[in-house]
Design a protein around this ligand. Structure first.
Ligand SMILES: Nc1ncnc2c1ncn2[C@@H]1O[C@H](COP(=O)(O)OP(=O)(O)O)[C@@H](O)[C@H]1O
Ligand SMILES: [Mg+2]
Length: 139
C-alpha cells in the first residue's frame, strides 16, 4: 500500500478495513515510536469484531491481551518491556501464530524468534499536525 496521511478517524477506518481481510494465522508487526498510534490502530481493529464496548487496554504491563472471537482468538502483544527475547515463548507466541490473529507492538524486541510471514503496519507522526503517515506492507 502507498503511504497515506491519516487523521484519527481515518486511521480507525483503515484498521477496520484491514482487519476484515485478516485470517487466523496472520501476524501483524506494528511499527512506530511511542504515541505513533499503534495501540489506537489495534483497538479499532479488535473493536470492529467485538464491538466498541469491548475494552482494549494497552498490553504495556501484561505484555499480551487475548480476545476470543467466533473466528478464533486475537492476540495483542506489546513487547516494549520485554527483557529477554526468550520470554515471548512463555507468553505463548508460538501458539498464537498458529491459532489466531496476532498483533505485535515493538516486534524488534523478539530477537531471532521472528515470524517469517508478517504484515507490517508502520505509523509515523506527520510534521506540524495530528496526522500520521501510515503504510501497510503485506507478507
Ligand atoms: N492520526 C492519529 N492516529 C493515531 N493516533 C492519533 C492520531 N491523532 C492523535 N492521536 C492520538 O495519539 C495517541 C496514540 O497513542 P497510542 O495509540 O497509544 O500509541 P502507541 O501505541 O503507538 O504508543 C492517542 O492518544 C491518539 O488519540
Ligand atoms: Mg501502544
Amino acid at each position: 500500500m502507498k503511504e497515506q496521511r491519516v487523521n484519527l478517524t481515518q486511521i480507525e477506518t483503515v484498521a477496520i478495513n484491514f482487519m476484515s481481510k485478516l485470517q487466523p494465522g496472520d501476524v501483524v508487526y506494528m511499527q512506530g515510536d511511542l504515541g505513533a498510534g499503534k495501540t489506537t490502530f489495534v483497538r479499532a481493529a479488535i473493536q470492529s469484531i467485538l464491538g466498541s464496548d469491548e475494552p482494549v487496554p494497552s498490553p504495556t504491563f501484561t505484555l499480551v491481551q487475548t480476545y476470543d472471537t467466533l473466528n478464533g482468538p486475537i492476540y495483542h502483544y506489546d513487547l516494549y518491556r520485554l527483557v529477554d527475547p526468550e520470554e515471548v515463548l512463555e507468553l505463548g507466541m508460538n501458539e498464537a501464530f498458529h491459532k489466531g490473529i496476532t498483533f505485535i507492538e515493538w516486534p524488534q524486541r523478539m530477537g531471532n524468534l521472528h515470524d517469517p510471514n508478517h504484515y507490517i503496519v508502520s505509523l509515523e507522526a506527520a510534521k506540524n499536525s495530528g496526522e500520521r503517515l501510515l503504510k501497510i506492507i503485506c507478507p
